[in-house]
Design a protein. Structure first.
Length: 819
C-alpha cells in the first residue's frame, strides 16, 4: 500500500487539501495518507518523528501557496524531505492562483520541477496517482529515448523560426504541423517550441487527443480538464448555442495563456476536417481571445490544410517524409543509443531502404541490434515496406500472446483511461505495470493529460483493431461490467476523472439511461459509429440519428453531417426507401456516393455506377467512392475496366485488405496479362501477414480461387474454400466463392452441393441469402441446359422482390446456353 505525505498550510486545508485527502482515502486508506487531519501539526511533535514518517513515504506532496511558503512547519517538512534523499519522490503542486511558478519565495531547487497551477482538487488527485505510478514503474532507457530523439527537419524548422521571429506580425497563438500519421508532427512541434523557449525543453507539454467524430464540446471538456478555467460550465451543452461554446473555448485559451502554458493537440479530424478545412468555430475562438501575446497551442493535424486560411493567429507547416540525409542521421542516433556500430557499406545499404518515417528507422535499428547487420538483411523487405505494414509490425509481438492481445482490446474498448482504472479492472498490478511500460516503448499506446496521466491506444493501432473486429474476452467483459456497476454508476459525473466521465456517458447512451445535462453531441455520433461498424445494428443507428436530429440547432455542421451520413448509410443497408428523402439533406460528392451505395444495395449496378462516377468527378481522390466503383465493376463483371482502378487503390494502400482482395479478383478474372503471377504472389503474401480474422478469411478464400484459376486444381480449391466456410463468421461470401470455383470447373454436382450449403446456413440478412440462392439456381439450370427453368426463375425475381442485375445475368446465361 502506498504511503503519501501531504505537506500544506492549515489555511489551505478546507478549501483544497481535505478534498484531496478524502478522495485518496477512497482508494487507499486513512493510514496511508499522512496529513494533519490524522497526524496534525501538533501531532508530529519532533523532527525525529517527521523523519521516521518520511522514511516510509512513497510520495511527498507539497501544496505550494503563499500560506504554505510562509508556514514554519511546512518549511521544516520540506527541509527534512529534501535532506532525506527522497528528492525524486517530492511532488510540488501549486494551488494558489496568485503564486507565480517563478516566485522568489519558492526555493530554487523546487523551481527545477515542472511547477503548474492546478485549480481543481480532483485534478491534483489524478496527478498524485500518476506520479505514484511513475515512481513504481521501472523506467527503461528506451522510454526516454522515444521522447528525446530528434534529427533534421531543417527546412521546416527554418519556416517555423522565420514566422516566430517576424516582429512585423502578431504572435502566432496556434502552430499547426500537418502530415500523415507517424511522420513526426508532434516531435517537430515539441522540438521547435523548446528551441524557441516557448516550453521548457526538460518537460513535456500537456497533451490531448481529438478525433473526427469529436466537436467543439470535446475540445472544451478536455482543455478544461487540464486545470484551466474551472468556472466554465460543461453541463447542458445540448442547449448552448455555437456562439456560447466559442466564447467558452476562447476563455479557456486565454486561461492557458495566463498560466504561461502550452497544450499539444493531436487532431485527427476535430479541428481540421478530412477535407483539409479548419473549423470556423476554432478560428473564431482564436480571434476572440483577449491574451494573444503567447503561443498556447501546437496542433498535430492528420489532414493537410487547404490554404489560404484567413487567420493571423495560426500558422501551418507541412511535415513531409524525411530525406535520406535526415534518415541517416536518425539511424545513427538510434544505433549509438543501442551501442551498435555498422561499417560504411552496411550503413549506406540500410539508409537506402528508408522511406522517411522515423518509426521505420527505429524499427531497422531494433532489428540490427537484435540480429546483427548481416542477418537483418533477411528483413530488408519488412524494413522497405514498413510504412505500408506499420501496424502489422507493431502488433506482431503481441499476436501470439492472447493475454496481451486481450489487454490491448480492453484499452480500445475504454478508449482513454487512467492507470487506476486499469488496475481496478485487471487487478494485477505487476502485469499492468509491465505491459503498460512495454506498450509505450513499442508505440502501441500514447500518454495524454497534464502529466501524461491518461493512456490511449495509438490511433493507427485503434483503427486496425476496430476494423479487425477484435472481441473483448469473457474475463475482461465481466470485469468491465463489474467496474461499471460498482464504481461508475455510484459516482456523479462531477466526481469522475475525465476518461471515466466520458466512458460513463458512452455506456449510459448505449443503455438509453443517460443524463441529458451531461451529454456531448459527439457521444451520440460515436455510439452510432460503433453500432454501425462493430455491431451492424442499423435499426439503432437510425433511432439515435432521429433522436439527435430533432434538436440539432446547437450542434456544429460537421457533426450534423456525420450523423446524417450514418443515418443514410444505415437506411441504405436496410434498403429502406426513406433513404431517398434523407439523402437530399446531403449535397456534393457525398450525395452521389450515398446514392451509388444505395443503388448497389438494391442490385441496380448500372445506376449505382453512374452515381459513383458523378461523385468522383466532384472529388477525384474520394477513396470510398474509388473502392465502391471497383466493387460495382466487379459486380458487373467488367474486370478489364475494374483492374486499372483496383491496381491504383492497392498501390496507394497495400495494407488495406479490401483493396488487395479486389485487385486479386480483377487479375484472376480479367483478360489482361499485364498483371503477372508475381503480382498474385505478392498480394497473397501481403494478405497472409494480416493478423485479423477478416484478413485470414480473405487469404483462405483467395488461395482457393488461385488454386482454381491459376493451377486448375479443383480438389485443392474446394478443400481450401470449405475450410474458409467452416471458419467464417459471414459465410455468404465464402459460399459465393465456392459456387464460382464450381462454375469455373463446370462441376454441376458441386454446384448443387453449394446450393445445399447455402440453404442450410443461418444468416442474419435473409434477403442476401435468397438473392444468392436464386442466382445460383439460374446458373445451375443454364449449365444443365434447362432453359425453361431459367426463364421461370428469371420471371420470379420481380414476384419475390429480389433485385439481381438481369442484364449481366442474362448475358451470362445466354453464353452458357449457346450451343
Amino acid at each position: 500500500m502506498a504511503n503519501i505525505f501531504l505537506s500544506h498550510s492549515s489555511k489551505d486545508k478546507e478549501r483544497y487539501v481535505r478534498i484531496v485527502a478524502e478522495k485518496l482515502e477512497k482508494e487507499f486508506d486513512e493510514h496511508s495518507i499522512h496529513y494533519d487531519e490524522h497526524t496534525s501539526e501538533a501531532g508530529i511533535k519532533t523532527l525525529e518523528e517527521i523523519k521516521k514518517s518520511l522514511n516510509k513515504t512513497d510520495l511527498f506532496v507539497i501544496f505550494l501557496s503563499r500560506a504554505s511558503l510562509n508556514s514554519e512547519w511546512v518549511q521544516k517538512e520540506l527541509f527534512l524531505a529534501r535532506e532525506s534523499h527522497i528528492i525524486k519522490r517530492i511532488y510540488p503542486i501549486v494551488i494558489d492562483v496568485n503564486l507565480d511558478c517563478k516566485d522568489e519565495e519558492i526555493p530554487d531547487w523546487l523551481k527545477e520541477y515542472n511547477l503548474r497551477y492546478i485549480s481543481k482538487p480532483s485534478k491534483a488527485v489524478q496527478l498524485i496517482r500518476k506520479r505514484l505510478i511513475e515512481i513504481t514503474w521501472e523506467q527503461t532507457p528506451e522510454m526516454v529515448y522515444r521522447d528525446e530523439v530528434f534529427v533534421g527537419r531543417n527546412t521546416q524548422i527554418q519556416d517555423f523560426e522565420e514566422r516566430k521571429y517576424d516582429y512585423d506580425k502578431d504572435t502566432v497563438v496556434a502552430y499547426f504541423a500537418s502530415g500523415i500519421i507517424q511522420i513526426g508532427r508532434k516531435s517537430f512541434l515539441k522540438h521547435c517550441f523548446a528551441k524557441a523557449n516557448i516550453i521548457d525543453g526538460q518537460t513535456c507539454p500537456s497533451k490531448i487527443n481529438v478525433g473526427m467524430y469529436d466537436g467543439i464540446e470535446n475540445l472544451i471538456v478536455l482543455l478544461r480538464d487540464l486545470g484551466f478555467s474551472d468556472e466554465i460550465d460543461i453541463s447542458n451543452f445540448m442547449n448552448q448555442s455555437i456562439d456560447e461554446k466559442i466564447e467558452a473555448l476562447s476563455k479557456i485559451l486565454d486561461s492557458i495563456s495566463d498560466n504561461k502554458e502550452v497544450v499539444l493537440i493531436e487532431d485527427k479530424g476535430c479541428i481540421v476536417t478530412h477535407e483539409g478545412i479548419v473549423c470556423e468555430w476554432f478560428i473564431e475562438a482564436l480571434k476572440k481571445m483577449q491574451k494573444k501575446t503567447r503561443t498556447v497551442l501546437g496542433v498535430a493535424s492528420k489532414f493537410n490544410i487547404k490554404l489560404p486560411v484567413t487567420c493571423d493567429e495560426l500558422y501551418i507547416i507541412k511535415i513531409s517524409p524525411m530525406d535520406k540525409t535526415e534518415s541517416a542521421g536518425l539511424l545513427q542516433k538510434f544505433l549509438e543509443q543501442k551501442g551498435v556500430s555498422l561499417n560504411r557499406e552496411d550503413f549506406k545499404n540500410y539508409v537506402n531502404l528508408m522511406n522517411g518515417f522515423p518509426t521505420q528507422v527505429k524499427f531497422a535499428a531494433s532489428l540490427i541490434q537484435q540480429y546483427g547487420a548481416e542477418k537483418t538483411y533477411d528483413y530488408a523487405s519488412e524494413i522497405k515496406n514498413y510504412d505500408s505494414e506499420i501496424i502489422l509490425q507493431l502488433m506482431k509481438p503481441y499476436e501470439d500472446n492472447e493475454e496481451y492481445k486481450e489487454f490491448i482490446t480492453l484499452l480500445v474498448e475504454l478508449d482513454m483511461v487512467t492507470y487506476r482504472t486499469i488496475q481496478s479492472i485487471v487487478k494485477d498490478d505487476d502485469f499492468v505495470s509491465n505491459i503498460i511500460n512495454k506498450l509505450y516503448v513499442d508505440g502501441i499506446i500514447e500518454f495524454y493529460g497534464v502529466n501524461r496521466e491518461y493512456i490511449k491506444i495509438a490511433y493507427a493501432v485503434h483503427e486496425y483493431i476496430t476494423r479487425a473486429g477484435y472481441k473483448l474476452g469473457v474475463k475482461y467483459k465481466k470485469a468491465l461490467n463489474y467496474y461499471i456497476t460498482n464504481f461508475l454508476d455510484k459516482y456523479e459525473y462531477a466526481e469522475l476523472d475525465m476518461p471515466d466521465y466520458l466512458f460513463k456517458i458512452k455506456e449510459q447512451v448505449k443503455r438509453g439511461v443517460y443524463n441529458s445535462a451531461y451529454m456531448l453531441p459527439s457521444q451520440y455520433l460515436k455510439t452510432m459509429v460503433e453500432l454501425y461498424e462493430k455491431d451492424r445494428d442499423y435499426a439503432r443507428v437510425i433511432e439515435f440519428a432521429d433522436t439527435i436530429l430533432k434538436g440539432c440547432k446547437n450542434i456544429e455542421d460537421k457533426l450534423v453531417f456525420e450523423i446524417r451520413f450514418f443515418l443514410c448509410m444505415s437506411l441504405a443497408q436496410k434498403r429502406d426507401k426513406r433513404f431517398l428523402k434523407e439523402v437530399q439533406e446531403i449535397d456534393g460528392a457525398d450525395h452521389h456516393f450515398l446514392l451509388g451505395f444505395y443503388y448497389r444495395r438494391q442490385g441496380q449496378y448500372e445506376k449505382a455506377l453512374e452515381k459513383i462516377e458523378q461523385s468522383l468527378k466532384l472529388r477525384k481522390n474520394f477513396s470510398k467512392a474509388k473502392r465502391e466503383k471497383v466493387q460495382l465493376l466487379i459486380n458487373l463483371e467488367q474486370y478489364d475496366e475494374a483492374i486499372i482502378l483496383a491496381r491504383e487503390n492497392y498501390t496507394n494502400d497495400r495494407k488495406n485488405i479490401y483493396h488487395a482482395h479486389a485487385y486479386l479478383l480483377c487479375i484472376l478474372k480479367s483478360g489482361s496479362n499485364s498483371d503477372s503471377k508475381d503480382m498474385i504472389d505478392e498480394i497473397l503474401l501481403s494478405m497472409s501477414k494480416s493478423l485479423t480474422d477478416l484478413g485470414k478469411e480473405l487469404y483462405s478464400r483467395c488461395k482457393a480461387l488461385v488454386s482454381m484459376y491459376c493451377e486448375r486444381d479443383i480438389d485443392m480449391a474446394l478443400a481450401l474454400i470449405d475450410t474458409a466456410i467452416t471458419e467464417s463468421n459471414h459465410k455468404i461470401y465464402a459460399i459465393q466463392d465456392r459456387f464460382d470455383i464450381c462454375e469455373k470447373a463446370h462441376d454441376i454436382g458441386e454446384m448443387k452441393k453449394t446450393i445445399g450449403m447455402l440453404e442450410s446456413t443461418d444468416m442474419r440478412d435473409t434477403y442476401v441469402k435468397e438473392r444468392a440462392k436464386i442466382r445460383f439456381q439460374i446458373l445451375l439450370a443454364a449449365y444443365e441446359g434447362d432453359k425453361t427453368s431459367v426463364d421461370t426463375l428469371l420471371n420470379s425475381l420481380q414476384d419475390n422482390n429480389i433485385r439481381l442485375n438481369s442484364s449481366v445475368l442474362s448475358k451470362k446465361v445466354d453464353a452458357i446456353l449457346k450451343p
